[in-house]
Ligand binder design. Structure first.
Ligand SMILES: Cc1cc2nc3c(=O)[nH]c(=O)nc-3n(C[C@H](O)[C@H](O)[C@H](O)COP(=O)(O)O)c2cc1C
Length: 233
């Protein structure tokens, strides 16, 4: 498979999503907006990349303040947003531009967004509702009861569909996918720092439990949980 086929596969996934195709075997959303157009991400900020690197620390205590929709938008864009529209290239590098990663937002307290599990569509920079209701307690339970998962206003979940990258990279596909999750995670960490927010990268969780709790598609594996919020106690 060449890289343009990888890109085409990623684009088709995005198109299905934008059309409101069924995404989950979880609870169906009723009476809630199924797709939410996110505010346009900013490409300028007050904090230099050097400052963000210097200041970044894992944050495990979060205050009560919700995230704004603009912050959620910016964070998702930093993880997997499209930064080159023509070819659909993204904020984080991807081996052969196969883009095996997906980003989900588990929103509990995000202004302007009903609590729920949302899938991020890089192409349209939009969210698609997977299931309604606050899933933070379920996610915390499957995340070895790490309290910050329940307390953070939102968590970005990075998952992977290895089927998009295996045909091209075979026995190196898994390794490359894990590297990509690291790139996406670091982007989110630094973006959060630049926004005055805190994050911690969570790798200790029950894979099948998280997948089930969030209703992720059968072909995907969750790789990272990234709780995000305003630092506090
Ligand atoms: C792959 C990976 C998995 C991690 N998993 C967890 C985790 O499950 N829970 C947690 O509290 N911190 C987790 N961390 C955060 C580390 O504990 C943290 O980065 C480390 O203590 C260094 O501190 P710093 O991030 O402030 O530099 C993880 C970090 C990485 C890179």
């Amino acid at each position: 498979m060449n890289s343009s086929r990888c890109l085409a596969a990623a684009a088709v996934a995005g198109t299905l999503l934008a059309a409101g195709a069924p995404l989950s075997q979880g609870r169906e959303a009723k009476g809630l907006q199924r797709t939410i157009q996110l505010p346009k991400p900013s490409t300028e900020g007050a904090v230099s990349v050097e400052k963000a690197i210097q200041r970044r620390r894992s944050v495990r205590g979060f205050g009560e303040r919700p995230l704004t929709l603009a912050q959620a938008s910016q964070l998702l864009w930093s993880a997997q947003g499209v930064t080159e529209a023509k070819k659909g290239l993204r904020s984080a590098p991807s081996a052969g531009a196969c883009y095996p990663l997906e980003a989900y937002l588990v929103a509990g307290a995000v202004d302007g967004l009903a609590p729920g599990v949302y899938r991020y569509s890089p192409r349209g920079h939009l969210l698609a509702l997977l299931s309604e209701g606050d899933a933070r307690a379920r996610l915390k339970e499957k995340g070895r009861t790490q309290q910050m998962i329940g307390r953070a206003p939102a968590t970005i979940v990075v998952s992977a569909d290895l089927g998009r990258i295996r045909p091209r990279y075979r026995d190196r596909a898994e390794r490359y996918t894990h590297m990509e999750a690291g790139h996406a995670g670091q982007n989110v960490s630094l973006q959060a720092e630049a926004l005055g927010l805190g994050t911690v990268m969570v790798g200790a969780f029950d894979d099948a439990g998280v997948k089930n709790a969030l209703g992720l598609p059968s072909g995907e594996t969750p790789l990272y949980l990234i709780p995000i919020g305003v630092p506090g106690n």
